[in-house]
Design a protein around this ligand. Structure first.
Ligand code: AMP
Ligand code: ZN
Length: 136
């Protein structure tokens, strides 16, 4: 289902024009309007899902092959020397548009971007406690 007030539904389904890199029955891949680096792209499913949790399993299974194929073109044609796949879920994680999307961010030497986190510390006991919490 498309969501009437969702800008990425409109872009993915061609109601709003975009710089499209790839399209098939399930996805449109577009250039991000505010690129972190040259070629920064977004994989948009055509069906609305706010985030990873809402994304149907069959669509989720197709996201990575689409991203891989675009990433390979970027490596070949843009000459990027690295690439980040980023996928934010929820405001706490930095998601600003509530329609699932995966960022494909080609990386270049001294491109001025820093995508990462501050590493923490954990004991083996703490890791085991978390492992149990997640899996039980
Ligand atoms: P996120 O913070 O993960 O929700 O990412 C949203 C991304 O969508 C940002 O990188 C924006 O630059 C990008 N964006 C927002 N509106 C548009 C638009 N109309 N066309 C292309 N990219 C957009
Ligand atoms: Zn949507």
């Amino acid at each position: 289902m498309r969501k009437d007030d969702c800008i990425f539904c409109k872009i993915a389904n061609g109601e709003i024009p975009s710089k499209t890199l790839y399209e098939d029955a399930d996805f449109r891949v577009i250039l991000d309007l505010g690129p972190a680096t040259k070629g920064h792209a977004l994989v948009l499913p055509k069906e609305h899902a706010a985030n990873l949790y809402e994304l149907p399993g069959d669509i989720a299974a197709k996201v990575l092959p689409v991203a891989k194929s675009v990433a390979e073109k970027m490596q070949r044609n843009l000459g990027c020397i690295g690439l980040n796949l980023v996928q934010n879920n929820g405001e706490a994680a930095g998601q600003t548009v509530p329609h699932f999307h995966m960022h494909i961010i080609p990386r270049y030497a001294e491109d001025g971007q820093k995508i990462g986190w501050v590493p923490g510390e954990s004991t083996a006991d703490e890791l085991e406690e978390v492992r149990k919490q997640i899996t039980e």
